[in-house]
Design a binder for this molecule. Structure first.
Ligand code: BGC
Length: 760
């Protein structure tokens, strides 16, 4: 950050604390500045910094809720608000900022937060889809574009990335994360933090990121959102926490705690998580915001009697900012005054928040993100949409491709495009779509029309309406999802075409917050539509658009090909067409297992063996299995096909033994043995064979995405060190235990080359 000079502050009070700085003493300057400012603040002003409110009125227009708007405006004038969420737009944020800066005693600028989850106006694929690219540079790129657009919209801070490792597809929020694996999740957490924040938070194109939801929110019991979490220390430390720790190491500016209790303790009141681990052991210097009223929800949990106790517990535990909870504003001052809460806790929380504001450059210029010209030029540009198309292409996963029906051959002269999602310009935008315009995505039909050569006949039929279970707005509920009257047209289209593209799955709002489901099969009459179409034409390519793994046995069995396209963002239709017609060879691999049925959930690749594992006993024995379904998922984590083929050979280790602080170098030869250029995601797994606490049968510890021409080979190298070979004991202690390890390399967890070594 450059020299800080406050030109805006109406009152001279702050100017005394605003001396020049230079690069080398930046941190010292920041501390000095924050300390000086803190000295000038009254207790009420301090508490104000810890409060965040949502916008209740349109800053540039009429007031839908005049009474509340009036109250909020008063609070802004008094300087008793530290942050707002859901105020968006260069002008709107400027207006709100002005109220604070020009009227409050110290003029401490607001920090504006918003859920920029997978794009601001240019939408990228939903985060879980993007993670299927296993491409960290792309994740960084999409986050940096989202940040640039959000910053141009006057925002300073996104409530992203979500890094909850999810093993339960019933939980609708799996769409927001990076899947079921902690190692991959950690790498995506880092990439996304770097993408949003860049190298310099004070740049006008970067925003502060937020590691959420701390912690274990995705482990909500039975996949029901906001439900309680029961999780042992071993899983907490090895599965849930690593991405959060990685985010701290990547310099994430803020954290958000979570709604859930963990073994009875609300995460928001957890001293262990927030104070001991995060701010203590991990050395996190930013601030923690609560989730939306997670402070107040402690009453419903039965962990606090009233809002006052909520405030006391949350601040003591290290929750610095109260989002929409009204506990801090109403009670912190009296809790300090009556000696229940030490003012030092308040000072610490305020300092953390002021520091992030300082890093964003808000004391230098509180309006630096409110530039209407930049807003006009930096949002939804063709460059951003092109990037979105690229990310969408790489996010897709080819699940099935019998008879090499894909890519579509140039000899195909008629294509039916069928399904409730085929010409849906809205669902590809996904849930958590920030400022995307409704119906602004390129639909599959539009993408196909733009991609086919002249003379190819396109026969479109919607077939049926999309199930609307997840939508909460009354207009959507009018859809009749049981209506089969469109089937006849769909069957006709299928019959007169050589090949069918059938777009089915979930609408945008069937996944996301509050969208848990007990049934994750195809909803409405989509199954029946599929059966009718496949009967009319056996060449059916199913294009799936969805926000979670689905259970779809009929499709797996009878479709000729299945392309998992997720909710692919603004350019989804073009990106899907790129893959269908072979302009891009699909390379994505799943980051979350697709179960065969809901009864298998939670299901994940890195399970631990039971005492009676598969393969050890014959079928008649009592072993750990289901009597009505296999143990393995339909499609596992790490799985995905390509239009070409790859072979792995010659897995070599540079040594068979090493010490616990040593390293093992591995190499393997990868060859593209097919006819077209393609990218392969090479995966490295280990198994710690005997440990104090049983380790998973395999665990991801490295990956590489490699592009090869047909016939080309490349030697891929990996290194294993104590960072990869250890694990956490249930108390959080990291250990590297001597013993024998297996190592596996390959393109999916069911086809792996294997070797082993000893750690002494
Ligand atoms: C969600 C958070 C989100 C917040 C603010 C909450 O309901 O759980 O993920 O950031 O709302 O919109």
């Amino acid at each position: 950050m450059k020299r800080i000079c406050i030109w805006f502050v109406a009152l001279p009070l702050l100017l005394a604390g605003c001396e020049q700085s230079n690069e080398t003493s930046e941190k010292g300057d920041e501390e000095q500045f924050v300390n000086d400012l803190l000295q000038k603040m009254t207790l009420d002003e301090k508490v104000g910094q810890l409060c965040q409110y949502t916008s209740q009125w349109e800053m540039t227009g009429p007031t839908p809720d005049a009474a509340n708007a009036q109250k909020l405006e008063e609070k802004l004038r008094e300087g008793s608000v530290g942050s707002m969420l859901n105020v968006v737009g260069a002008e709107a944020t400027k207006n709100a900022q002005k109220i604070v800066v020009e009227n409050s005693r110290l003029g401490i600028p607001l920090i504006f937060g918003y859920d920029v989850i997978h794009g601001q106006k240019t939408m990228f694929p939903i985060p879980m889809g993007e993670a299927c690219s296993w491409d960290l540079e792309l994740a960084k790129l999409s986050s940096s574009i989202a940040a640039k657009e959000a910053a141009a919209n006057g925002l300073h801070w996104t409530f992203a990335p979500m890094m909850d490792v999810g093993r339960d597809a019933r939980w609708g929020r799996v769409m927001e994360g990076a899947g079921e694996d902690a190692y991959l999740g950690s790498r995506f957490a880092e990439a996304r933090v770097h993408g949003f924040q860049g190298d310099d938070l004070s740049s006008e194109n970067t925003i502060a990121a937020c590691a959420k939801h701390f912690a274990a929110y995705a482990f909500s019991e039975s996949g029901r959102d906001y439900n309680v979490v029961e999780i042992g220390g071993e899983s907490l430390h090895n599965v849930v926490l690593p991405p959060f720790k990685a985010a701290v190491n990547a310099g994430v500016a803020t954290f958000m705690n979570s709604f859930n209790t963990i073994d009875g303790m609300p995460a928001t009141a957890s001293v262990y998580l927030q104070r001991d681990l995060l701010k203590g052991d991990w050395g996190f210097k930013g601030f923690v915001v609560s989730d939306w009223n997670s402070v107040g929800e402690m009453i419903a949990h039965g962990a606090a009697a009233d809002l006052k106790e909520c405030a006391q517990k949350a601040i003591t535990a290290g929750c610095d900012m109260d989002m929409e909870g009204y506990a801090y504003v109403d009670y912190l001052t009296q809790l300090v005054e009556n000696g229940t809460v030490d003012v030092q806790l308040i000072d610490e929380a305020v300092s953390r928040i002021l520091s992030v504001k300082y890093q964003l450059g808000l004391f230098e210029d509180p309006y630096k993100y409110c530039d209407v010209e930049r807003e006009k030029n930096n949002i939804y540009t063709s460059e951003h949409r092109e990037a979105s198309r690229k990310v969408a292409r790489e996010s897709m996963v080819l699940l099935k491709n019998d008879d090499a029906i894909l890519p579509i051959k140039s000899s195909v002269k008629s294509i039916a495009v069928i399904g409730p999602l085929a010409d849906d310009k809205d669902s590809p935008l996904g849930n958590w779509r920030a400022r995307a315009e409704a119906n602004s995505a390129v639909s599959l039909l539009e993408g196909v029309r733009a991609a086919v050569p002249e003379g190819v006949e396109i026969n479109y039929a919607k077939g049926c309406e999309l199930a609307t279970g997840g939508r909460t707005f009354s207009t959507y509920l009018q859809v009749n999802e049981d209506d089969k009257s469109g089937f006849a047209k769909a069957v006709k289209a299928a019959k007169k075409s050589e090949l069918v593209l059938l777009a089915i799955g979930e609408d945008a709002y069937m996944s996301g917050e509050g969208r848990s489901q007990t049934d994750i099969t195809l909803q409405g009459v989509q199954k029946e539509l599929f059966e009718a179409v496949v009967k009319a034409n056996k060449n059916v390519v199913v294009v799936l658009m969805n926000g979670r793994p689905l259970v779809m046995p009929e499709v797996v069995e009878k479709a000729t090909a299945i392309l998992e396209a997720w909710h692919g963002g603004s350019e989804a239709g073009h990106a899907i067409a790129d893959v269908l017609f072979g302009k891009y060879n699909p390379s994505g691999k799943l980051v979350m297992s697709f179960p065969r049925n809901v009864g298998q959930i939670p299901i994940y690749y890195n399970y631990k063996n039971t005492g009676r594992p598969e393969g050890k006993y014959d079928e008649d024995n009592l072993w750990s299995n289901y009597t009505d379904a296999p143990n393995l998922p339909q499609y596992p984590f790490g799985y995905g096909l390509s239009y070409t083929s790859f072979t792995y050979a010659g897995l070599k280790l540079d040594k068979q033994e090493t010490g616990v602080n040593g390293e093992i170098n591995l190499s393997v030869k990868l060859t593209n043995t097919g006819q077209v250029k393609g990218k392969e995601i090479v995966q490295l797994y280990i198994r710690d064979e005997v440990a104090t606490y049983a380790r998973p049968v395999i665990e991801l510890k490295g990956f590489d995405k490699v592009e090869l021409e047909p016939g080309e080979s490349k030697t891929i190298e990996f290194k294993l060190t104590d960072k990869e070979l250890g694990y956490y004991f249930p108390d959080g202690k990291y250990v590297v235990e001597p013993g024998s390890f297996k190592v596996f390399v390959g393109g999916n967890p069911h086809e792996l080359l294997q070797s082993n070594f000893i750690l002494n």
